[in-house]
Design a protein around this ligand. Structure first.
Ligand SMILES: Cc1cc2nc3c(=O)[nH]c(=O)nc-3n(C[C@H](O)[C@H](O)[C@H](O)COP(=O)(O)OP(=O)(O)OC[C@H]3O[C@@H](n4cnc5c(N)ncnc54)[C@H](O)[C@@H]3O)c2cc1C
Ligand code: FES
Length: 257
């Protein structure tokens, strides 16, 4: 585990926080977009298992994590103060695929890992920028980090369930409109029903579809079977070492709710 100092832990919206951790540049240089880290949230024993988070951004020696409070680990994380020391392990998992001519679809906190992809695709060397970003949330307040995302000059299409900003309805409706006009590769992260719909759209419009999956995670390095996902071939894939990004056609999506 590495150690880093918390430099900010700011509330971005109800239950959504942006955490900044100062860590040695040498360690941060090894992180690639799509990979994740595990944060040990409390030095005491509860919660015992470090929790996984995507890398939202890296600026010099500051690592940004964008997270939503859903349970006791993330609640404890939201209470961590500037100056406290945090332990983390990473990079874990595989980076995003190197793809061109693709769109991003993010639902809610699913936007978290795409910030780092935008940063790293500016020079079009290891990663390419998306053609468009589709980003949906329940309400306007939950569409977080817009000034940061807009900095990259990529068109962003927004939606909210209540119509408080952007299109009123599901972000997948907007993605479908786009695919009708211009079928492109999709890279998606968000809640399970959104991922299921995106996989259906991928099949309907015959485009390669990558889904960033979430499961419970324990060891994070392929030993415990805690993170397995059923594959179409009938065997299991480990999210922690084979993912978290998978081609939709490889996964048996029946396990999604
Ligand atoms: C590779 C990966 C990257 C992630 N990146 C981010 C990120 O950047 N930002 C972010 O906010 N979250 C991210 N998550 C999800 C985050 O890890 C969980 O929300 C967190 O572990 C919950 O911990 P907790 O102790 O607060 O919740 P718990 O008390 O453990 O659980 C609270 C509730 O959340 C549900 N839950 C917890 N973990 C998951 C999960 N992995 N999948 C589905 N439901 C779950 C439980 O069923 C329960 O209902 C990521 C998960 C993975 C696997
Ligand atoms: S979390 Fe242990 S095998 Fe993936």
């Amino acid at each position: 585990m590495y150690q880093g100092k918390v430099v900010f832990n700011i509330k971005e919206a109800d239950n959504i926080y942006l955490l900044g951790i100062e860590a040695p540049k040498k360690i941060l240089k090894s992180f690639k977009p799509g990979q994740f880290l595990k944060i040990k949230i409390d030095k005491r024993f509860d919660p015992l298992i470090p929790r996984p988070f995507s890398i939202h951004a890296i600026d010099e020696n500051i690592l940004y994590i964008l997270y939503q409070v859903v349970g006791k680990g993330t609640k404890a994380l939201s209470e961590i103060k500037k100056g406290e020391i945090i332990e983390f392990l990473g990079p874990l998992g595989k980076p995003f695929p190197k793809i061109k001519n693709y769109i991003i679809c993010a639902g809610g906190i699913g936007i978290a890992g795409f910030g780092f992809l935008l940063q790293k695709s500016v020079n079009k060397k290891d990663f390419y920028p998306p053609e468009k970003i589709f980003y949906g949330a329940k309400t306007k307040n939950e569409l977080v980090r817009l000034p940061f995302l807009k900095k990259f000059g990529i068109p962003i299409k927004l939606s909210t369930d209540d119509g408080s900003k952007g299109y009123k309805g599901l972000i997948t409706d907007m993605v479908e409109k786009e695919l009708k006009k211009n079928p492109q590769i999709i890279l998606a992260c968000g809640p399970q029903p959104m991922l299921k719909k995106i996989a259906e759209l991928g099949e309907k419009y015959k485009v390669k579809t990558y889904l960033v999956m979430e499961t419970f995670l324990a060891c994070g390095i392929g030993f415990c079977m805690g993170c397995v996902i059923p594959s179409k071939k009938g065997n299991y894939l480990h999210l922690c070492i084979d993912g978290p990004t998978f081609l939709a056609e490889e996964i048996d999506l029946g396990f999604l709710s």
